[in-house]
Design a protein around this ligand. Structure first.
Ligand code: AMP
Ligand code: ZN
Length: 113
């Protein structure tokens, strides 16, 4: 499958791993928008964004959210951070494997876009 995040999970493309377990993988974004910018993905290829979360796949989404505080702590940004899901073309989504951005490491702007 020609999916860059699946290639990262499989080790076919190198990444800077921050956290991994049997269900999810988190790595530093290649084009960071904040001092801490981590991409958190399910290992399973789930198309594509918040629009596609269903009763069947919400378990891994819940798992991601239960692990976010631990990932934020690993990155030293547990005092404050932002979780973002870019959804669709108008949401500026570029990779179509479900993922959440964790942004932090500085005082974030009140402005969200
Ligand atoms: P989105 O625009 O929400 O689909 O986010 C995709 C993110 O993946 C962007 O922030 C990219 O910088 C990031 N990205 C793309 N390729 C890589 C890569 N090889 N390693 C790390 N991050 C990547
Ligand atoms: Zn994928």
């Amino acid at each position: 499958m020609d999916c860059i995040f699946c290639k990262i999970v499989n080790g076919d493309i190198p990444s800077n791993k921050v956290y991994e377990d049997d269900k999810i993988y988190a790595f530093k974004d290649i084009n960071p928008q904040a001092p801490v910018h981590v991409v958190i993905i399910p290992k399973e290829h789930i198309l594509t964004c918040a629009n596609d979360i269903t009763e069947e796949n919400v378990g891994v989404v819940a798992h991601i959210f239960t692990k976010i505080p631990e990932i934020a702590k690993i990155c030293g940004t547990e005092e404050g951070y932002r979780i973002v899901n870019n959804c669709g073309e108008k949401g500026a989504q570029t990779v179509f494997h479900l993922h959440f951005h964790l942004l932090g490491g500085e005082q974030l702007s009140e402005k969200l876009n």
